[in-house]
Design a protein around this ligand. Structure first.
Ligand code: FES
Length: 166
């Protein structure tokens, strides 16, 4: 069972990567695709992290410094949150109708954190993404980079609780 979940997680991870790759391909891997590609990264991961910024820089053959420049210049981009742990809640349509509001209120009630914010102790950042490419798993939440599908508010609270114990 655990094995099966791991496979599912890996497949879902690939889907996010594929969406990023598809954006770059659509633009012929041109350096001009930078902003659009960063948008896709943010949409599927919820934020821009070092690993993805490096990957995009290499794929589009743009200096990493420029990629960081663009990522920090525009207010609509969010760099990797300061929380020690992250929960990225997918708020795309499929996930939303399958219970995202309940998930976000459970996080608010139990951990006193709103979407887009980090807890006061800097332990947890809650972010949202717009369709992470795994609608079949809706509603989906990514806990520290690991996708979990068909989650309920209780499951989310339990998973986050476990993360915070680490
Ligand atoms: S809407 Fe959540 S994965 Fe597509």
């Amino acid at each position: 069972m655990e094995q099966g979940n791991k496979k599912k997680n890996a497949a879902a991870k690939d889907k996010r990567q594929k969406l990023v790759d598809a954006t770059m391909r659509r633009h012929g891997h041109s350096p001009y695709a930078l902003i659009e590609t960063l948008h896709t990264v943010q949409e599927v991961y919820g934020y821009l992290d070092d690993e993805n910024l490096k990957y995009v820089a290499e794929s589009l053959r743009v200096p990493l410094s420029k990629v960081y420049g663009v990522a920090t210049f525009y207010h609509f981009f969010t760099l990797k949150p300061q929380g020690e742990h992250t929960a990225v809640v997918c708020t795309g349509t499929a996930c939303y109708i399958k219970g995202v509001p309940g998930i976000l209120s459970a996080l608010r009630e139990k951990f006193f954190v709103e979407a887009g914010e980090t807890t006061e102790d800097n332990k947890l950042s809650v972010l949202t993404a717009r369709c992470i490419g795994s609608c079949g798993l809706a509603p989906a939440v990514v806990f520290d980079g690991e996708i979990a599908g068909a989650v309920t508010p209780d499951i989310v609270v339990e998973r986050v609780g476990r993360l915070l114990e680490q």
